[in-house]
Design a protein around this ligand. Structure first.
Ligand code: ADE
Length: 239
């Protein structure tokens, strides 16, 4: 998958994409992240990328011209069709389901806003989808783009070392993840749930599902209200 990020702070996005799972996925050729700076597409001597809002009000908006040319250049850099996503608090809330849907596309162009936002006409004509990572306001879309790249990058086939770990993520079944434990078995902070060392794989699976259900019920009842357990999970709970 190819991701092109349009940002006034390319070094920020490049840094995030060089480390951890996404960095490794880039090394393995599973994803490539390229950043584009609209300042380089500004046509005046000052490389202006922002302007005052018509009608008054605080702050500045990003100009149509440099952004439009940057999007065109990013799109032209590869053949596969690209979905253009604008990161903003006004967008639809990003979910794991949306991440899964985007992770199988060949290309994304992520547009990061700065200042008070972007001229609406550019959004109307050049953007396919607007996404938010939560109900709070960041000073720009870069952190949100990094979040999206990370979430998508780790789902690329071969990005995670244990193929099962993405399937077992929180939210992949619509539930929160269960608790996990590692060495040592005995510790002053507590002992293990005995089932985990019982060797009974069906019992472990059942315990994990119950923990996930319990946690989701306590912490995120809104998720439970929306979900339906599939047949195999219902059968497991009835055992
Ligand atoms: N840009 C500023 N705040 C944002 C948010 N919450 N989500 C996505 N992009 C943003």
């Amino acid at each position: 998958m190819r991701v092109d990020v349009i940002t006034l702070f390319p070094e920020f996005v490049d840094g995030c994409a060089r480390v951890g799972v996404v960095g490794r996925a880039q090394e393995r050729g599973l994803i490539s992240v390229t950043s584009w700076n609209p300042r380089e597409f500004a046509t005046d001597n000052y490389h202006t990328v922002d302007g005052r809002p018509y009608g008054g009000g605080p702050g500045m908006l990003m100009l149509i011209g440099p952004l439009r040319d940057t999007i065109a250049a990013a799109k032209a850099a590869a053949e596969a069709p690209a979905k253009v996503i604008y990161l903003s608090p006004q967008g639809a809330r990003l979910t794991q389901r949306k991440v899964q849907e985007l992770s199988v596309l060949p290309r994304l162009v992520l547009l990061c806003g700065r200042y008070e936002g972007v001229d609406e006409r550019l959004l109307d004509h050049e953007v396919d989808e607007e996404l938010s990572i939560g109900d709070y306001v960041l000073s720009g879309g870069e952190l949100a783009a990094a979040v999206l790249i990370d979430a998508i990058g780790r789902l690329q086939e071969g990005a995670l070392n244990d193929a099962q770990s993405a399937a077992q993520d929180s939210f992949s079944e619509g539930l929160l993840d269960c608790p996990h434990y590692t060495r040592p078995e005995q510790h002053e902070l507590g002992t293990l749930p005995a089932v985990l060392i019982s060797g009974d794989h069906a019992a472990i699976k059942r315990w994990r599902l119950k923990q996930s259900l319990g946690r989701t019920w306590l912490r995120r009842p809104d998720l439970l209200a929306r979900m339906q357990l599939d047949k195999s999970a219902r059968a497991l709970l009835e055992e």
